[in-house]
Design a protein around this ligand. Sequence first.
Ligand SMILES: Nc1ncnc2c1ncn2[C@@H]1O[C@H](COP(=O)(O)OP(=O)(O)OP(=O)(O)O)[C@@H](O)[C@H]1O
Ligand SMILES: [Mg+2]
Length: 237
Amino acid sequence: MPTLLEAQGACAGYGEIEVLGGVDVSIAAGSITAVIGSNGAGKSTLMRSLAGLLPLRRGSIRFDGVDVTARRAHQRVSDGIALVPEGRLVFPDFTVAETLRMGAFTPRSRKGWQPRVEKMYELFPRLRERRSTQAGLLSGGEQQMLALARGLMSLPRVLLLDEPSLGLAPAMADEVFTALRAIRDQGMTIGVVEQNVYAALSIADTAYVMEDGHVVRHGPAAALIGDPSIRQAYLGL
Ligand SMILES: Nc1ncnc2c1ncn2[C@@H]1O[C@H](COP(=O)(O)OP(=O)(O)OP(=O)(O)O)[C@@H](O)[C@H]1O
Ligand SMILES: [Mg+2]
C-alpha cells in the first residue's frame, strides 16, 4: 500500500532538549502501524509532531504526498490527521452523544454527522447504551472508546492513538484492540503507540521500535513478534 503519512528525518524537542534525533517513519494507507519502545523513547513526541502539536526543528512530515511540516495542528485535523492523545481527555460534563457530535467539528465532517454517530454505536455498542451518560461517569475503557469514536467523527484519513490501552483492564483493552482492527478492516489508516507490546504487534501490520529518540528497528509486525531480541527486550519472554 502507498504511504499515507510519513516523517522524514524528524527532529523535535522541548526547549534545550532534543528528543527526536532524526526519525523516519512511514504509515501505509489502510494499515495499522505500531510504535513501541521504552518510557521516554520519544513515542508521544513523535505522535505530537505528526499531528502538528509540536513543530519540527529539522526534517519533514508528508501527508498523502504533500509536505505538511508547516501546517498547524488544527489545519492538519482538517487535512484528515486525527490524534487521540494519551489519557483520553473527554469533557466530563458532556454526554456520550454530545461528545460524538462535537467530534464532527471540521468543515469536511459536519455533514452527515448523525448517521456517523450511528456507525460509532455499531462499532462500540457500549456507547449506545450509555449515550445519555456524562462522559466523566464512564469507566476508563468506555472513555477510551469514546475518545476513539470522537476522533473518528472528524472523518480522519489517518487516526493516531497514543497508548489507547493504558490503565485498562485486560478485557477492556482487548475490546479496544479488536475495535482498532475492525476500523482498519473498514479501510482506516492507524498509527498507534502502545505499552502493550504483544497486543500492539498482534494487531499491527508494521511496527517501529524507538529508543532514545531514534528508530532502532522496523519491519512487519509478525517478524518483530517472532524476533528473539524483541521478545527478550519488550515481551519479557
Ligand atoms: N512537555 C515536555 N517538556 C519537556 N520535556 C518533555 C516534555 N514532554 C516530554 N518530554 C521529555 O521528552 C522525552 C520523550 O518523552 P515522550 O513523552 O515522547 O516519551 P514516550 O516514549 O512517549 O514515553 P512513555 O512511554 O513514558 O509515554 C522524555 O525524556 C520526556 O521527559
Ligand atoms: Mg508517551
